[in-house]
Design a protein around this ligand. Structure first.
Ligand SMILES: [Fe+2]
Length: 459
């Protein structure tokens, strides 16, 4: 049975929704393009977008994928608009000869490489207990930010009830994600037992697929990578890890060589390298080590981020907010008045407190690199000012204000390098249960242990 969200009430209905639904935007590689996607539950013919700046005087065709999951078909429509004018408000509607959406709007980014813009970042947002959703929609309508990055764990889960949960979530978010680009990366909850098929078919990120990709906005090179290639290598093999790593080396090298034009590299991935939640076994267990330093022949991600000078990276997975001091290889750099000024290592932020199916995440002993923690529901707001200044705030939707506020600053031409910089090296965490990453039985037992400790859920 389907349901409609009307005035905040979930209204069950037996009527099929045959028109366009779940309309959402994504950036392409070039900010002069916009990718518009939507879903119909029935075949709908060739998809079109009508759009324009004053009237809907232009039309663009797209393509449709007939996506089947457990015998349930959904029709995923995608249209890419190109050669859009910079810093321009566009109106649009989507559909086909059978049905059209209402009129919507988005604004393009300016051209060039030196302008201010704002990005909303969060992870771990569910349909059930999606506490931040109305606040995010209000903030987008106020124009508080220009783009959203969701660092994994979407809807809980996109494939639940054969995809109905994902439909409800995406429909609820439509007022937000039909207005600003919604850039996503997969979390562990996106594995639907069929190699992330819902995640791959519902979104269209600017890469080979949706698992890893990069794009640029003004002075920032954005980079999304999969930690789930690591987390699920025993199911899907190691090749995806190597493929991603080869691409990552090339992408980071090119981005690093282009610092004069695009000085910032900002990444996002689901699982953290470091965290200090008491109710998360992974903060003390093998998963973060697996992703951070690798396992057997699989390379980890932390060394290459430091090699090429990742400035800032956002994480999710833990259902809380936690900001870290610049840290590399369990060495924290905190010997200057502003450790984020010409930092010798990346600034990492866990932003997984948007609201989902679980109770609040409790904290244990702080990781030695941890600088600020909060379990308030909310989201992060990153304001890119120019080539030298980025501001990051954590917005608590419970308190209606910023509860954390930092500046990441670097001089023109500054090159990240921790050589000769005095830091504090902290010891490895207590891993508790030790499993070989290949030992599926042991991992399942560890998962049970973690679930018991954390009240029965898996982050
Ligand atoms: Fe997760």
């Amino acid at each position: 049975m389907k349901a409609l969200l009307i005035c905040g009430l979930l209204i069950p209905t037996v009527l099929a929704i045959t028109g366009p639904e779940q309309i959402h935007l994504a950036l392409a590689k070039d900010v002069s393009s916009m990718v518009i996607s939507w879903v119909t539950q029935d075949p709908a013919g060739t998809p079109h977008v009508q759009y324009g700046t004053q009237s809907l005087d232009q039309i663009q065709d797209g393509n449709t994928v007939d996506f089947e999951y457990n015998g349930v078909h959904k029709y995923m429509h995608t249209v890419t608009l190109t050669n859009l004018l910079p810093a321009t408000l566009y109106y649009y509607k989507v559909g086909s000869t059978t049905a059209w959406s209402r009129q919507l709007q988005f604004k393009t980014f300016p051209s060039g490489n030196n302008f201010q813009f704002r990005v909303c970042v969060f992870g771990d947002l569910g349909y059930v207990n999606g506490t931040s959703i109305p606040f995010l929609i209000d903030a987008a309508e106020r124009g508080d930010f220009d783009m959203v990055i969701h660092v994994g764990d979407i809807a809980y889960d996109l494939h639940t009830d054969n995809g109905e949960r994902g439909d409800l979530y995406m429909q609820e978010l439509e007022p937000l994600v039909s207005r600003v680009p919604y850039m996503v990366i997969a979390g562990n909850h996106e594995d639907d037992g069929k190699n992330f098929s819902h995640y791959q078919n519902r979104f269209k990120m600017p890469g080979y697929d949706n698992q890893f990709y990069s794009f640029e906005i003004g002075p920032v090179h954005f980079l999304g990578v999969s930690t789930e290639y690591y987390g699920y290598f025993f199911e899907y093999g190691q090749d995806p890890v190597f493929n991603q790593y080869t691409w990552l080396q090339d992408d980071l090298q090119k981005a690093d060589n282009n610092r004069d034009n695009v000085p910032w590299i900002v990444g996002f991935q689901h699982r953290p390298f470091y965290c200090s939640n008491d109710n998360s076994y992974e903060c003390r267990a093998f998963e973060n080590t697996l992703v951070r330093v690798g396992y057997e022949e699989m390379p980890g991600l932390e060394p290459i981020f430091n090699q090429y000078g990742m400035d800032i990276q956002f994480w999710g997975h833990e259902h809380s907010y936690e900001r870290f001091l610049p840290v590399n290889n369990r060495t924290v750099y905190n010997n200057t008045p502003n450790p984020y000024y010409n930092a010798p290592a990346p600034a990492y932020i866990v932003s997984g407190s948007a609201g989902c199916h679980t109770p609040k995440a409790s904290f244990g002993t702080p990781n030695p690199a941890s600088a600020f923690r909060s379990d308030d529901f909310g989201y992060s707001l990153m304001t890119v000012y120019n080539h030298t200044h980025i501001n990051i705030q954590q917005i608590s939707v419970e308190q209606g204000k910023a509860i954390d506020d930092i500046w990441v600053v670097k001089d023109p031409g500054h090159r990240m390098n921790s050589n000769g910089i005095k830091g504090f090296q902290f010891p490895p965490a207590d891993y508790g249960i030790k499993c070989s990453f290949r030992d599926t039985t042991c991992r399942r037992e560890a998962d049970k242990f973690r679930a018991i400790r954390s009240g029965g859920f898996v982050p």
